[in-house]
Design a protein around this ligand. Structure first.
Ligand SMILES: [Cu+2]
Length: 317
């Protein structure tokens, strides 16, 4: 695995400095994330709702480091915000009462942690009431690549995508209603219902793409507040799945795998060689699928090479 990367979904929102330490290959990666409370489009038609975000997008900017790296993190709760906010990195082994404490508008919170375990982890706001902060969009992904790199049980992929499923509640839904899962309007995939699904939404302008025979790796995070995801690739079988994204947790040839609330997994799919094919990556719980939790993976030799490579693992319009 090569250079440390931060995928700057909102480049201006993330200040990155990677500094080589003298005695090892581990790096210190500086991440600064402002909390931005703003209206955001939640579907492909451009309908907006008032949301709370890390860095202005749902999900927030993806952070990618290598096992052993240190993250030097600052949360900036900007003046003008109305809520206290915090940062809870599931990749961190620290103290909930210290590093993850909430700060008021106009205050910052700084802490560092070493990414000791590889995987794909959610990060989220843990300020009270946590269900509302996550339910309004305060989450993102941190990928910790294994320091050993690739192996037979963790082969190098040809293309990589990040998919985050979250809830969309009606505007004004209270934390108490969210606890009862009331007013749930749909499933957000990387911040929009049916984001990559022109089959179900004529306004969808994007699909995921790959070429026949490519190994396509999906870094999946379930940011829903109440319900697990039953992730299934229609017309294919997951070649390998790694629970929590740790290479040691390899599983083979699965049809559907559950991703618990606030967890992640890596899913590899290989579309057949020698033919075009379509796979539909779906939360097979139909109430989630049919309200937005469906993404099309189009497999053809004409696949756009800019998708699933470089800084474009989480495509946005
Ligand atoms: Cu918050």
């Amino acid at each position: 695995m090569n250079a440390k990367r931060i995928l700057c979904v909102a480049a201006a929102a993330v200040a990155l400095m990677a500094a080589q330490t003298a005695d090892s290959l581990a790096e210190t990666v500086k991440v600064e994330l402002p909390v931005i409370e703003k209206d955001l489009p939640v579907d492909n038609a451009g309908n907006t709702q008032p949301m709370w975000t890390f860095g202005g997008t749902i999900p927030g900017p993806t952070i990618r480091v290598t096992e052993g790296d240190t993250i030097d993190f600052t949360l900036v709760n900007q003046k003008g915000n109305k809520q206290s906010h915090s940062m809870d990195f599931h990749a961190a082994i620290v103290s909930a009462a210290d590093e993850f404490e909430a700060v008021k508008p106009g205050q910052n919170k700084h802490f560092t942690f070493e990414a000791r375990k590889p995987g794909v982890f959610i990060y989220h706001c843990g300020a009270d009431p946590m269900i509302e902060h996550i339910g309004r969009g305060m989450y993102g992904v941190i990928i910790v690549d294994p320091k050993e790199g690739y192996s037979e049980e963790f082969p190098e992929p040809d293309r990589e995508y990040i998919l985050v499923h979250g809830d969309l509640f009606e505007t004004g839904t209270t934390a108490e209603q969210m606890i009862r899962n009331e007013n749930r309007k749909g499933t957000l995939v990387n911040g929009r219902m049916f984001h990559y699904d022109p089959l179900h939404d004529p306004n969808a302008g994007m699909m995921l793409m790959a070429k026949p025979g490519e190994r396509v790796r999906i870094y999946f995070v379930n940011a829903q507040v109440n319900e697990p995801v039953s992730f299934h690739p229609i017309a294919n079988i997951w070649d390998k799945v790694w629970n929590s994204g740790n290479p040691r947790n390899v599983e083979h040839d699965l049809q559907t795998r559950i991703v618990p609330v606030a967890s992640g997994a890596i899913f590899d799919i290989i579309p057949p060689k020698g033919r075009e094919s379509v796979n539909v990556l779906v939360d097979h719980a139909m109430k989630h699928a049919l309200t937005g939790g469906i993404s099309v993976l189009m497999n053809s030799e004409a696949a756009d090479d800019s998708l699933g490579h470089g800084d474009n693992l989480l495509p946005r319009p």
